[in-house]
Design a protein around this ligand. Structure first.
Ligand SMILES: Cc1cc2nc3c(=O)[nH]c(=O)nc-3n(C[C@H](O)[C@H](O)[C@H](O)COP(=O)(O)OP(=O)(O)OC[C@H]3O[C@@H](n4cnc5c(N)ncnc54)[C@H](O)[C@@H]3O)c2cc1C
Length: 468
């Protein structure tokens, strides 16, 4: 047998094969393509296939890149000269209602998991958008629904099955391979293994979810941020508040709409009517922002498995995207006000800036310390999404994001890796970990993948692989 022949039964496409281009690009959410092409795309059906793929790759010294749902903003599954392992077939869900746990494949999308769990009266902190898969979402920490109360989603992983670079299959949990488990909860695209299954802790379904929203003119930003900051301090942790600064092509806007707006959404994840009313009480008793909203929804009921729909609408399919993230110790007003003029100059009216104060202002203390690689957190999170349609507008949109970065970088304490622009600057990765954890992450990656079989963190062009 020639040295390069695969030993497993998995399917394999190489450049020139019919379907290769679609296999590389078809599963990516972002239409903005990165440079680089894999040598092959392989589609395993079983864990034994994954083991065979990893062993074949090690034997031929070919690097391995991984895809579960293709929602990495920076297409971290597309790496020059690698084997792209597409885990789409790993999409099983097995719920143990009594134990309140589930075994799920990494390719399961958040919206599908929610539907399945709701039928059992259960829930999981899936992402705010319905479509990302659990694989990348959970490894990156997972800022899911109700995370000020349920914590980032990686803290709800009980255990996971991992194929290591040696081809060995191990279980990682707090008691089995605890260092691998520490690493898996937050190292995102740097994780040195292939997860074939997660075991998750579930939550009782919040039976009364109530959503209030307000839309104001952008000119009222200062009044709105100071009102939201004040009210947030009195909200319980199961009310999640987000604030967007958006332009004329936001979902639902027409030619007659106010072009630039500030939107506020408060969602209460509660067990019953009484708790819902109590949870949102601080909005009713506060004196308000002192400016009139253009639109207002008052505590409308929402089903858990449809909460993502309004968010999905803000990420239209088929567009080109640049996303970046900035944690900041500043409050909402100080973080956002310098951006107000910039949004009016965005080359695309679809782009917007999302922000929030996790746990309603106590985000710096939300995440358990030292328990997992995911630990970078602060008071305010600001996430610009730059969204446009035409390749000819790439340079203008990148230049606009660079203007935002020039304002945000000096006041930022770190980044959220899953939505940071890892191909922009290598410090996006190192500043996504708390304290000295970045060093520990690199050391553990080297320990579990001594020959660097896995592609690891996406990097800017020309930047070498980081070493501990
Ligand atoms: C529209 C949109 C909305 C989003 N909203 C949120 C949100 O609300 N909260 C949030 O936290 N994030 C959010 N994200 C970011 C998202 O969680 C990450 O991009 C995540 O990596 C997507 O997971 P995926 O499996 O679909 O991605 P993929 O592109 O398939 O995977 C990304 C990388 O993760 C690693 N990986 C994935 N699966 C495995 C596996 N099984 N084993 C080992 N490594 C693996 C690989 O390195 C892979 O290249 C959003 C992204 C998009 C595009």
């Amino acid at each position: 047998m020639p040295e390069t022949a695969p030993t497993g039964s998995y399917s394999r496409l190489t450049p020139g094969d019919a379907g290769f281009v679609e296999a590389v690009s078809g599963g990516l959410f972002n239409s903005l393509r990165v440079d680089g092409e894999p040598d092959a795309v392989v589609v395993p059906r079983t864990e034994a296939d994954v083991v065979a793929i990893v062993r074949d790759a090690a034997r031929t010294a070919t690097k391995v890149a991984i895809r579960s749902g293709g929602h990495s903003w920076v297409a971290s599954s597309v790496r020059e000269g690698s084997i792209l392992v597409d885990l789409a077939a790993f999409d099983a869900i097995d719920v143990d209602v009594e134990a309140r746990t589930a075994r799920v494949g990494p390719a399961v999308r958040g919206q599908r998991l929610s539907k399945e769990l709701v039928a059992h009266g259960l829930a999981f902190p899936v992402g705010h958008c319905g479509n990302p898969a659990l694989g990348g979402f959970l490894l990156g920490g997972g800022l899911g629904v109700n995370w000020g109360h349920w914590l980032p989603s990686c803290f709800s992983i009980r255990s996971m099955r991992v194929v290591l670079s040696s081809g060995e299959v191990v279980v990682a949990s707090e008691t089995s391979n605890p260092e691998l488990f520490w690493l898996a909860r937050g190292s995102g695209p740097g994780f040195p293994g292939i997860v074939t299954e997660f075991e998750l802790d579930l939550q009782p379904l919040p039976a009364a979810i109530r959503l209030s929203s307000w839309m104001f003119a952008l000119a009222d930003l200062a009044a709105v941020t100071s009102w939201v900051t004040r009210v947030s301090a009195a909200l319980p942790s199961n009310v999640e508040v987000s604030l967007v600064v958006a332009g004329p092509q936001r979902p639902g806007a027409s030619a007659d709409s106010e072009p630039f707006i500030v939107g506020v959404v408060a969602t209460a994840f509660t067990a019953d009517e009484a708790e819902a009313a109590e949870a949102l009480h601080a909005f009713a008793t506060d004196r308000g922002p002192g400016v009139s909203p253009l639109e207002y929804l008052d505590a409308v009921p929402v089903a858990f498995d449809t909460v993502h729909e309004a968010v999905d609408a803000t990420y239209p399919e088929g567009y080109r995207y640049l996303a970046d993230t900035f944690w900041s110790p500043l409050d909402l007003g100080a973080a956002l006000e310098p951006l107000a003029e910039l949004i009016t100059r965005a080359p695309s009216g679809v782009s917007y800036i999302l922000s929030g104060m996790p746990k309603n202002g106590d985000g710096a203390n939300l995440v358990p310390k030292g328990v997992a690689a995911y630990g970078m957190h602060d008071k305010t999170l600001v996430v610009p999404y730059v969204i446009w349609a035409d390749e000819s507008d790439d340079a203008a949109n990148l230049a606009w994001l660079n203007e935002l970065r020039a304002v945000l970088e000096p006041v930022s304490s770190g980044h959220f890796m899953s939505e940071a622009d890892l191909r922009h600057d290598a410090s996006r990765v190192s500043r996504s970990f708390a304290g000295d954890d970045g060093e520990r992450v690199l050391r553990l990656i080297r320990q579990f993948d001594p020959d660097s079989l896995f592609c690891g963190f996406p990097r800017p062009a020309g930047v070498a692989e980081p070493t501990p």
